[in-house]
Design a protein around this ligand. Structure first.
Ligand code: ADP
Ligand code: MG
Length: 209
């Protein structure tokens, strides 16, 4: 299938479901190295996005992503709200008025999302943040697109790489965000924002099936 408005709405709906289902798991991850609010923040943010999308159904993928960005920025709070808000907003801008997101445009959008997260949070790969999920996801997506992959294959590559990237944050010492206050004690726990990012990218892949 093409990555159209229907796909975008399905992606956002599956993301909202994933945030609800994983709410306590994300809270537990954030309890270990943060302040226990990530699951609640993300669930609230995506519920707010769902309400907004239901109120005024968007007509393009970019419009859906922009509405989501606004909802996340105004309702998630914490570090993750502005980071995800910027990510969705930049992805929306990258997609522009396209009705169908081709693989190369999809890669541009994912790259723009990562660029927004980095511009906002100044984290580098290895700092134990959501950047550690998004960076390999963008790389894997680009490779799959360059190899001529179908949209769903590009999304699956991104989701698999993000999941591996999130898992790989476990031994890392946090150098950004609240978890960095723990220093060496942050090692041994998965970064909650990397995990929520992996869930959102998995939802994107599932929406294309
Ligand atoms: P808070 O830390 O304010 O409580 P959340 O718990 O909602 O906010 O989100 C924490 C997540 O935000 C972290 O797990 C990490 O992935 C991400 N994060 C925090 N600071 C940064 C940053 N500077 N750059 C990228 N991601 C960050
Ligand atoms: Mg937190």
């Amino acid at each position: 299938m093409g990555l159209d408005t229907k796909w975008t709405l399905k992606w956002l709906e599956l993301s909202a479901e994933a945030m609800k289902e994983n709410r306590s798991r994300l809270i537990d991850l954030d309890r270990a190295i943060g302040d226990s609010d990530h699951g609640e923040n993300m669930d609230r943010g995506f519920q707010a996005a769902m309400a907004k999308l239901a109120d005024a159904p968007p007509e393009t993928p970019a419009a859906a992503l922009k509405m989501t960005a606004m909802a996340l920025m105004s309702s998630v709070g914490g570090a993750a709200g502005p980071l995800y808000g910027t990510a969705f907003l930049r992805a929306s801008t990258a997609i522009g008025d396209a009705a169908d997101v081709e693989p190369s445009l999809l890669v541009d959008a994912l790259e723009a999302a990562l660029g927004g997260i980095v511009a906002r949070g100044k984290a580098e790969p290895g700092d134990k943040t959501m950047v550690d999920a998004w960076t390999p996801a963008v790389e894997a997506a680009r490779k799959a697109a360059d190899d001529g992959g179908l949209p769903e294959e590009v999304l699956r590559a991104a989701a698999d790489a993000a999941a591996a990237g999130a898992e790989a944050t476990e031994p890392l010492v946090a150098r950004k965000g609240r978890a960095s206050y723990l220093g060496e004690r942050s090692a041994g726990h998965r970064d909650p924002g990397a995990e929520s990012s992996a869930l959102i990218l998995r939802a994107a892949a599932e929406a294309a099936l």
